[in-house]
Design a protein around this ligand. Sequence first.
Ligand code: GAL
Length: 678
Amino acid sequence: MKKMLFPQIAQVLHGGDYNPDQWLDRPDILEEDVRLMKEAGINTATLGVFAWSAYEPKEGKFHFDWLLSVMDRLYQNGIYTVLATPTGAKPAWLDENYPEALRCDANGMRLRHGNRHNHCLTSPAFRRQAEVIIKRLAEAVKGHPGLILWHISNELGGECFCPLCADQFRNYLRQRFGNDIEKLNKAWWTDFWSHHYTSFEQVEPPYANGERSIIGLNQAWREFTSWNMGQYVKFERQLLRELTPDIPATTNFMQVYPTLDYHELAKDLDMVSWDSYPRYHSDTESMPETAAETAFAHAVIRGTKPGQPFMLMESTPSLVNWHSFNKLRRPGVLRLSSLQAIACGADTVQYFQWRKGRGSFEQFHGAVIDHLGTDDTRTFREVAALGADLKKLAPVLGSVPEAKAAVLYDWSNRWAIEGMAGMAASTKQYVRTVMEQYEALSRLGVETDVVSPEADLSGYDLVVAPMLYQLKPGRAEHLRAYAKNGGVLVFTYLTGYVDENTLCFLGGFPGDGLKELTGLYSEELDTLYPADRNGARFEDGSVFEIRDYCEILKVQDAEVLASYTDDFYAETPVVTRKKAGNGSVWYVGARLEARGMEAVYSRCLDEAGTVRIPMPEGTEAHFRSNGEQRFAFYLNHTEEPVTITPAAEGTDLLTGRRVKDSIVLEKYGVAVVAEDAV
Ligand code: GAL
């Protein structure tokens, strides 16, 4: 079951973005870099992320010698190359010669040259130029023994409202609606406010100053933009596959990024990776809270490519320069957060950036090597010590988190919730709600995945589907089958309101057959003001607070577990359960406080017979397994030593010590226990 990302290296990848193209006039620094990388236990460098103008300073004039000599020197010193395609930023000549490569904003205004991550997603001229540089680059490095991975572009995102994209949108709609404008009219309910179209040519993107009242159009635009970016990724991936068939490819994701469906994008990638920049030590969150959010983000990313490790492509060795307050990570936090990534399924720890540049936007962004230029810094020492730790974790490579529960997360559902007019924009908070379910399960001591509603759910004891407002065709059936086959399935308020085009289901929510599965329907949804409260009283007398949303449920055939305490719907059902085949279906009709959800999940887990490893406050446990061996990670996110009871005996890979009944985790301490076989 081992799925090694880089079998030829067989070490945790430790490296980061390296920009020798900014230092070509300083061969002494380039020499020194390699020496320092070795000292820090660096075994990989990500090259060329924004190097297009260094490769092709003028259209058709190419320079790859500098790259090859850097790759050679790195390889001779045991350092592998992750090579980016340089399409994350365009050279000035490209925008000058091909203005159509520049994006248009939501007012249809063409952007000017500058910045990055801003090419038009459709422009044939941009694709032609991208094809030229990617082909030349791949030909230059083809067969280089140091090359292990392609890094497609950089942090793809955003949208473009240019005429080419608008046409492409129309083509996408023609495809989607079988070239039948009446199908589109029906799906978008266009008789409302006289929006009926008579041809696809009349359909415009939802410009900022134009039509935004057709919810189906807004949703389709979001889906189109994500799809179009996917087409772009396919284009680069295909080119690379033709030129270097043996080199895998990824692109670096950005957390739970709002506008791209990473579940779709990941299908074209060999492995997924992301850039993690948590706001540690902030004035609004505790360390454990920030850590829990980060664990959730790791779970989201690994859920885009289940069953294999992911890559932590970027993280800062010290601080960033773009948070509102760029506080230093305290000593020990680099180690803790990097090992947390490994605990959550990463097989790499990579940084942005190796060396601080002298000028421009990121000159004060943290790096392994400071402007000081030496190894005599706190950051360097922490990186080097981490490098030594990572070497000890080679046995973990290729294993994956052993999750017993899953929380469903879906981008299209997110867009549908955010895009519907209703409820309260400030409290809908779909992503936060999904995260809170993940966190509640983690607190109960259950390793949890975050996956698409279309994922294979058969291995999970418990599946939670928070706010699954949109049911695309087949999803309700998929969930029903999961429950009937013995799974415990939890729905919440706002389940099954609309279809793939955001048309409401008729005959009662949750629609598409879920009314029968849950044994109830939701007659009304009450949106509370932020200060309003209600409560859920369970049969044992316990009461948990409710805020933001309450559904008034009509229960037809389900056991009522809790009822509202207040308001005109006091005493009516709020939490229910119904048997379904070999499993059960639970419905939580209101936004219950965390402790309330934990109480519900505890019962679900008991019913499913799931083993739990509850941990002391502020600590986390994660389990990775390769089918033969299990590794337990215990992390202390607090500033005090904590004693924990390990799930099993074994050997701590970091210290080499035997672990039996208890482990003392120092402030920010971590233990990685290779458990004894049972
Ligand atoms: C990332 C980006 C890097 C660098 C980094 C700074 O989002 O990919 O190029 O800008 O942020 O934190």
